[in-house]
Design a protein around this ligand. Structure first.
Ligand code: SF4
Length: 109
């Protein structure tokens, strides 16, 4: 399968695979297979340009020509959960815990 054929499959459902009631692995409706995704990620030269052009078309269709920035304020590192990958999980007693006051959040620019 060529890069062009793969890119022609790409549609809105590919952008939001978890909204597809059949799940992200479902075929059709623009959903890509793992093999197709691997081919796209390995694209070089003209194929890479096609991929980037498709990405730009998709961005312009859904987000217009803007850069969207998001930021977060780490308000606190106090947590009652125990996610194994997380350094601030509740049972890590070596972490210095903090919580910002409302005033500190407002001042933090
Ligand atoms: S343990 Fe870490 S990742 Fe899990 S909920 Fe708490 S802060 Fe979030």
């Amino acid at each position: 399968m060529s890069i062009t054929e793969i890119l022609n499959k790409v549609g809105p459902s590919t952008l939001r695979p978890f909204e597809n009631p059949q799940g992200p692995q479902a075929q059709g409706s623009g959903t890509l297979t793992h093999e197709e995704i691997k081919l796209l990620l390995a694209a070089e030269g003209d194929d890479k340009k096609l991929l980037f052009d498709k990405a730009l078309q998709t961005k312009l269709a859904h987000l217009d020509n803007y850069v969207h920035l998001r930021g977060l304020i780490e308000y606190s590192n106090i947590c009652t959960k125990y996610c194994l990958y997380c350094g601030v999980r509740c049972k890590n007693l070596k972490v210095d815990r903090y919580q910002l006051s409302d005033e500190e959040v407002i001042e933090w620019r």
